[in-house]
Design a protein around this ligand. Sequence first.
Ligand code: G4P
Length: 531
Amino acid sequence: MADFRKEIENRRTFAIISHPDAGKTTITEKFLLYGGAIQEAGMVKGKKNSRHAVSDWMEIEKQRGISVTSSVLQFQYQGKCINILDTPGHQDFSEDTYRTLMAADSAVMVIDASKGVEAQTRKLFKVCAMRGVPIFTFINKMDREARDPYELLDEIETELGIGTYAVNWPIGSGKRFKGVYDRMDDQVIAFEGADFRHEVKAQRMSIDDPVLEGLLPEEQYQTLIDDIELLSGAGDDFDLEAVRAGKLSPVFFGSALTNFGVEPFLEKFLGMSTPPTAREADIGLVDPFDPHFSAFVFKIQANMNKAHRDRIAFMRICSGKFERGKDVWHVQGNRKMQLAQPQQLMAQDRSIVDEAYAGDIIGIFDPGVFSIGDTVCDPGMKCAYSGIPTFAPEIFARVRQKDTLKRKQFVKGVEQIAQEGAIQIFHEPNTGMEEVIVGVVGVLQFEVLEYRLKNEYNVEIIREGLPYSHIRWIENTDEEYDYKELRLTSDTKVVQDFRGNFLLLFTSPWNITWAQEHNEGLELSEFSENS
Ligand code: G4P
């Protein structure tokens, strides 16, 4: 029992988020190096086009150099078992990131020191803030000319509406970057030499160490002393409770490429972040230390590896311990089942897991029974975690197969990709799937659909853009619902989703108001909960 508690207490599960190019992959690689999970730098991310991140699975990712899918990496460091959830940086895949954040206990936000808060960071941040996820900020690329650190902190505070606490403070930037002052340990971590083409060696010393004065030009030394004074006078106190409530973000400065400040960041992060905490379910809060196993599906991915041609459901364990071959209850399927081939993933390397604990992510072979948001648990427990809301798509297209003989493959492909949550599909009421209306949040999702249908299902498609930009689920419907009675503008369309729910597609918000004004009692909702 003591071991069971200790295993969970040692778990840290976090998502790493950033605007593309801020350095997320580089940092992840350093983490893996410290944990001994990879042996050599460049295994995760090497030169553009020649190598690719271990967390990039799909061909399209390699070609475009973007991360489309979220992946999960596990490694051990200083007795802690760390699960990193990678997220796609591109905003067209925010929905995937959102689902991944539901599975994380905290988030690490990587910011480019010369750019500050960027569009994608802002969007992702909102999602974290909505859930009160603790956020740790790493301001990267200090070896390049950076913006003023006070200005960067101020931007995070005003743009993202969260307090900041600089855990360390940079001494210069670009060619003049000499190291950081660690405010908590009251020590300077300085470089030995400053050749930024290679990883740098660092040494710790106290602020009044004569060696430091030798290392820093007079004016930089004085600026540091002034900064330390200013920070201790003006800044907020460090408040761990506020950090854990997602109200205060500890900020670290460093340079992932030169490996400066990343390991101290990881160490402090592990100290400040929490093990898995209780999660909301229909039976109330479920304690991670509850001996009953429970988990929810946050991601489904098919054909991750072409050689396997399989479909994996990723589950976040919320309570108890998972053992291989265990019988579980699939709440939404209303049946008992055995979780087949439980796997833990190190990108393409898979290993079968014999046991896993609250906080861990396992990949389960999915014969097509799971949907995103589903709960599995001990048969004796029967709880259901709340569903993961679906983003309202904003771009729509009508899609059909080029070759009419390929209809079967087309339907299968489109349905499977939709089940994964990569797109949303609709059809006109009482019609089949010859033509499908696809809704997406970002236009790149269409490209992924096209690419995957061709490569995985051998189907080419014709895509025709539609003018709709707003979608609403009709709430108050039942089996007898007669959508033909609705009074709508001529450019409003009635469709159904794959669960049979009725929805309306609008070309403008004005039409939504019109529909509401002309149909008494019509209840429209912007979100659909998968439950
Ligand atoms: P991402 O996953 O957030 O998209 O970013 P990634 O780590 O791929 O980094 C984007 C680019 O920024 C890479 O350069 C990477 O080497 C560089 N980079 C990351 N951290 C630092 C840093 O601390 N300092 C500096 N100067 N650069 C950094 P690239 O040219 O796009 O790729 P590559 O050819 O180096 O692989």
